[in-house]
Structures are given as structure tokens and as C-alpha cells.
Design a binder for this molecule. Structure first.
Ligand code: ATP
Ligand code: MG
Length: 341
């Protein structure tokens, strides 16, 4: 039988045109009383083929809304009011629902935080695994089954032939997350969006899932958009990091550069609040929390939205929004004082 999980083609350096290019994305969410929250306030980022990018930031900063908008899965009260997201020459944000559904699952796979709510309790794992394939690939039944077995093997579920007939409740939380990963990669997506895929799991299982995804990324040559509030988690995991604060990307850099020399006071605060200091930080750095809370996203903020919490704030920060500019190769910061950091 032919090996159905193909090894990735070797990439040429000229292949590093972005796979996904998001530009100036704005997402608004209607709330009660006719009010609205601007959850994402004009963010731009790109991901190259095979690359991994982490979107990091505190709870509520707009990470999930960003991910959901790319696959047309925003909640009913949410909408994209501005921006583009180019994928293979097409703007995902302008695609009709059925075209977007084809992209989702086939070209872009997604894994979410809660494995229980994403699996159907009344269908076997085998049925759920082959369902996605039925929709996206014209392959015969026997081949789908063989592929399902292979996928379960790939994500480390023992005895896959038998386990295909089991229902979700017959698996542990960690195993269910593995199954969701298998479903997400069933059609060999070129991008996997993983939104906090390990937060519901205990630390040991978390580490196993992280290792699994790292291995799969290499093996299948796919890009990953990794969403997390946990900066420590991404240290050994991704190529680049984009730090989000209150709906904006305030800093973006290759992972090592970000840890070695953060160029935004918010990133610095995040690093200082990590229980274990990361690459390049002194082990003696005191554990500090960033004082204050993120701004109310209903209001239009004047100036830098981190200003009220920032220890380096200047007068102009309160009235002028700093643009995100290059501070070193591949390193961008939206802070007037980035040069001093
Ligand atoms: N269903 C909703 N109704 C109203 N506002 C919402 C809703 N969901 C999200 N929001 C708003 O959108 C903002 C961004 O939410 P989002 O879920 O993208 O945050 P996040 O960065 O993924 O946070 P977390 O780390 O907690 O998952 C929130 O601050 C909140 O104000
Ligand atoms: Mg989220």
C-alpha cells in the first residue's frame, strides 16, 4: 500500500513568499446595548510555507478572533470590518462561505483548546476521521480507512485498527487532543492553526502534545500559527513571535531575538513575569507582574494602549499611537523608546 502521508518537497530559498499575508485586519464584536468592541485593531503579519509563528498575549487581546476570522468561524456577533488575508492569491476574508469551507480543513487545519466540545460524542473516531477526508478528497473508502489508521499512528494512539471503532468518551483528554490533531492534518493542510491546544491538559501531556506538533510540522512541512498566552511554551517551539496587546501586534521578531532583546516594554513585562526565565535572560531576574489591566476595547484609545501600564511612558505616548517599525533585521516594535531597550 502506498504511503499516504507524503514527505514535504524540499523547499528552495525562493519559496519564502508568504503562504498567508494578513494586512490591517480589524474585527469588531457587537455587544448588548448596540455597543461594539474592537477586538482586533489593525494587525498585519505573514507566515511563510513551513514556518511557525506564535501569536502571544494576555487573555482578551484578540488572538482567537484573529484565528477564527481567517477561516470564517467568528461568532455571529463578530465581523471583519477591514483588512485582507491573502492565501494563494485569494483574499480569505472576501471569499464566499462555501469556498472558505473548502479552504478550511483542506488547506488550513485547526486545533482548538477544548477537545471535548470539538468531537461528536455519538460518532466513532473512525467515522469522524474519515468524514473530513470524504468532504475534501476523492478517495475510496478502503483508502480513507487506511489513512485514518495511519493518522492515528502518526499522532501516537496505540492499536489504531481497534480504536477506530471507539467513541470520544473512551479516550483520555490527551488522547482526544491527539485525535483532533489527526483530524486537522487529515488532508495535509499547508497551515495548521493551533489555538491554545494544550491549556486544558496537565503539564506532562502538554509537553507531549507540543512535541507531537513539532514533529508533525517537520515531517509534513506545514506552517503553524501557534496561539498562546504562554511565552515560555513558545521558546523552543516557533521560528517567530508576534506579541499582541489590546488588539494590536506591538512587537514581532525571530524567537531568539525576542527573548534576547525584547524591544517593547510589554514584551519585557511578559518575560519578567515568566516563572522560569527564558533564553538570554538572567536567572536572577525577579518575578514581576505587569501592574494594571488591559484597556476597555469599547473605547477608542488615543495614543499607545499600553501607556497606562508602562513604566517607560512619555507624554507623547498618551496622545500618539507609535507605528510598528523595524528596529533590527526581522524585528519590529511599536514603541517610541524601542531604541533604548
Ligand atoms: N462573544 C463575545 N462577545 C463579546 N465580546 C467578545 C466575545 N468574544 C470575544 N470578545 C471580545 O473580544 C476580545 C478578544 O477576544 P479573543 O477571544 O480573541 O481573546 P484571546 O486573546 O483569544 O483571549 P484568551 O487568551 O482568553 O483566549 C475580548 O477582549 C472581548 O472583549
Ligand atoms: Mg483565545
Amino acid at each position: 500500500m502506498a504511503m499516504m502521508v507524503q514527505e514535504p518537497a524540499k523547499r528552495e530559498s525562493s519559496d519564502f513568499a508568504p503562504l498567508l499575508a494578513v494586512n490591517d485586519l480589524v474585527i469588531r464584536i457587537s455587544i448588548e446595548g448596540g455597543d461594539s468592541v474592537t477586538a482586533v485593531r489593525g494587525i498585519s503579519f505573514s507566515i511563510a510555507a513551513g514556518e511557525s509563528l506564535a501569536l502571544v498575549g494576555e487573555s482578551g487581546c484578540g488572538k482567537s478572533m484573529t484565528a477564527l476570522s481567517l477561516t470564517g468561524l467568528l461568532p455571529r456577533n463578530g465581523r471583519v470590518v477591514q483588512g485582507t488575508a491573502f492565501w494563494s492569491g485569494r483574499d480569505l476574508l472576501a471569499l464566499p462561505a462555501d469556498a472558505l469551507r473548502r479552504v478550511r480543513g483542506r488547506d488550513i487545519g485547526m486545533v482548538f483548546q477544548d477537545p471535548t466540545s470539538s468531537l461528536n460524542p455519538v460518532l466513532t473516531i473512525g467515522q469522524q476521521l474519515t468524514e473530513g477526508m470524504r468532504e475534501h478528497r476523492r478517495i475510496p473508502g478502503w483508502a480513507r480507512l487506511a489513512k485514518a489508521i495511519e493518522l492515528l499512528q502518526l499522532v501516537g494512539i496505540p492499536d489504531p485498527e481497534t480504536r477506530l471503532r471507539s467513541y470520544p468518551h473512551e479516550f483520555s483528554g490527551g488522547q482526544r487532543q491527539r485525535i483532533l490533531i489527526a483530524m486537522a492534518i487529515a488532508c495535509q493542510p499547508r497551515l495548521l492553526v493551533a489555538d491554545e491546544p494544550t491549556t486544558a491538559l496537565d503539564a506532562t501531556i502538554q509537553a507531549q502534545i507540543v512535541e507531537l506538533l513539532k514533529g508533525l510540522q517537520k515531517r509534513l512541512g506545514m506552517a503553524i500559527l501557534w496561539i498562546t498566552h504562554d511565552l515560555a511554551l513558545v521558546a523552543g517551539l516557533v521560528d517567530r513571535v508576534a506579541v499582541m496587546y489590546a488588539g494590536l501586534i506591538v512587537e514581532q521578531a525571530p524567537v531568539r531575538d525576542l527573548f534576547n532583546r525584547p524591544r517593547h516594554p510589554y514584551t519585557l513585562g511578559l518575560l519578567n513575569s515568566m516563572p522560569q526565565t527564558g533564553v538570554g535572560l538572567q536567572a536572577t531576574a525577579a518575578l514581576k507582574f505587569i501592574p494594571g489591566t488591559p484597556p476597555d476595547l469599547r473605547a477608542t484609545t488615543l495614543g499607545c494602549s499600553f501607556a497606562p501600564r508602562c513604566s517607560m511612558v512619555l507624554d507623547r505616548c498618551r496622545t500618539e499611537q507609535p507605528a510598528r517599525v523595524a528596529v533590527a533585521a526581522g524585528h519590529e516594535s511599536a514603541c517610541f523608546r524601542a531604541g533604548e531597550l
